[in-house]
Design a protein. Structure first.
Lengths: 348, 348
DNA sequence: TGTTAGCACTCATGACCATCGAGTGCTAAC
DNA sequence: GTTAGCACTCGATGGTCATGAGTGCTAACA
């Protein structure tokens, strides 16, 4: 079931008719982005009650805080609290069709070259199916294990430092080598590293081992130092989580982004892909998490986020979609959940 | 001097006063995005003639096609032809300030980890200084030379195929290895590749050599085939030029993009970074090139592009900025030119 | 007691219109 | 050739009004 953020303890007791009316209003409003009137509710959903009755119920729902009226004599729109109630107590995730599942499986498993491509594929899938903007936060690779370090001579005075992990991830950096260091030296140094580091986690590397090596080898001081510094830099640069974003353009179809200012704020939020993860709501473990409007951190209070965590080699990543508050939560939740499950299956 | 695209052979003969008026209108219009009236011209630029005179001249300029009138009783705006004349015959590039030059030099040379970072820095610099959207097309690396191929065992049944070029660029791919292939085998195979490929250009690799190796080695057929296929795939995937884009957000400040449709078209143009290079005007060698409105390929006919080629290891890349037709060409041209020169200096 | 029909009321929206003013083109005088 | 003057154009602005969707309330009804 859906994890509720559950701010402002929501009354769970709505009679069936109120629930039905709330649902109708939410579905209509999400579809049209216009306030929904009492007549529209009875007409569209073939309710066996009159518009006047619906009006009474709507007044009640407004009183309870689930609906809002932009102005007298307009229809009602769901409040954020209304969406929250719907999401927590009424919604059923919309399942992907068989073709969509197939598409998803292909995106993850078929003909992919490397991890980066899988991630890009999944992000694209998410944004394409939900028609919102998707994001994937890829945890940094601290916990992957060291496999090789190699120093390959490139050109005179230059060598390539290669660091390979058990996942086949590679970090590399060009370094300068002082004169008088032979190819054999480079190989020896590589071997030394490999001995000391074998099967260690990357995050452990940074602590003391570098120092150990430094002390262990006094001759060839200069080149070793260079190599060590380079390794240190590599590890540093791999420290940040990566963020992949897809489907920004989808937002332009949402009427809420007709407002240029709102659009600009959204785009600057995601322009630097790395900053966005500071603005995302806290993820809670691997479960599905829906964060609506004001429930979000500062710069996203006029949007909603449907996201889930996933475990990748012991690190927790997140992925999900960002859309307007007037979001098709059922579809977004269904899609994110499907992706989460599939990833979980595959990684275990 | 600026290369002229020179469609529609432009009359070079405008008397000094007309030139001055045209210039005033262009500067004002670029700044305000509003039609410029005769009064505004004399006032703003302290001309020693009356508004009525300016009106006469403006009527002439309109007749010649350098100005347009959105409607009677509005001021004039420069036509694309007007901009073209200005760019070809009147404009002087605006030079970067000393601080900006310093910033540029830092972006390219200081504390950069690798080529990717330099490119990102330059793109960022371009968009930041010009306040338009910048792009850099990085040519594929066909002509770089083969240095190493290595097969590193990762986990049982898995190995990492590494391809290193003289520039320290790396391509890698995880491959499966059949049972019964030892580490020593992998090393031998790597050595074989290295012998055959040593110091060859990557683009040559794809032709016949793969076949040669295949024939040369009948034992260990399976693993070799896998490796060869992987190499082939790697080369294929490095076939496309990379495109880096920066400063998309700047466009939102341009009033021409208040129009949501125009904005959407622009964003979809650059959403997939790789598609944009099909829409860019043809670059002509390494010189500065300005392409205005209709002079552009289909999807960019309501924008302008200021770009230059640059040579990187014998391959031609391009970089530049995209902006509205109402562009500060002098600033864009100055900035792109400065970057071009600096890159040229550094690469030689 | 819950439901419904009826009706007066509200308010956003869009059409219509008068006004205003920036800017032009033209003419006649300098 | 230049300029002052003037009538004219046309978009922008703002006010008025009719329209219609939608409400809340009241009274009648089951």
């Amino acid at each position: 079931m859906v994890m509720s953020a559950n701010r402002g303890d929501i009354e769970m007791t709505l009679d069936e008719r109120k629930r039905q009316i709330l649902q109708s209003i939410i579905r209509d409003y999400v579809e049209t982005a216009e306030p929904v009137g009492s007549r529209a509710v009875v007409r569209k959903h073939d309710l066996k009650i009159s518009a006047a009755t619906v009006r009474n119920e709507m007044a009640d729902l407004e009183e309870m805080g689930y609906l809002e009226q932009p102005h007298t004599s307009a229809g009602r729109i769901p409040s954020e609290r209304g969406f929250r109630y719907y999401v927590d107590c009424m919604m059923e995730n919309e399942n992907l069709s068989e073709e969509q599942m197939e598409e998803l499986r292909n995106a993850i498993t078929k003909n992919v070259r490397d991890l980066d491509e899988v991630i890009a594929n999944v992000a694209h899938f998410l944004s394409q199916i939900t028609r919102y903007t998707s994001f994937i936060v890829v945890p940094s690779i601290h916990t992957s294990q060291f496999r090789y370090l190699q120093l390959l001579p490139l050109n005179p005075g230059e060598a390539l430092l290669l660091l390979v992990t058990d996942l086949g991830l590679i970090m590399h950096r060009k370094i300068e080598i002082p004169k008088g260091v032979s190819h054999q030296d480079l190989e020896n140094i590589g071997a030394l590293f490999n001995n000391v580091f074998a099967n260690r986690r990357l995050e452990e590397l940074r602590r003391t081992d570098l120092q150990v090596i430094r002390e262990e080898l006094h001759q060839r001081r200069k080149i070793i130092d260079t190599a060590l510094d380079a390794v240190d830099l590599l590890l540093q640069s791999s420290h940040d989580d990566r963020v992949v974003i897809s489907g920004v353009l989808n937002m332009l179809n949402e009427p809420e982004f007709k407002d240029l200012d709102k659009l600009r704020r959204f785009l600057s939020l995601i322009e630097e892909e790395n900053t966005i993860k500071n603005h995302l709501p806290q993820s809670s473990g691997e479960s599905l998490n829906i964060s609506i409007g004001q429930e979000n951190p500062d710069d996203m209070k006029d949007m909603s986020v449907v996201m889930a965590g996933y475990k990748s080699f012991d690190e927790l990543g997140t992925m999900g979609v960002i859309g307007p508050i007037r979001m098709e939560y059922w579809r977004a939740a269904g899609t994110v959940e499907a992706v989460r499950m599939l990833i979980k299956d595959i990684l275990s």
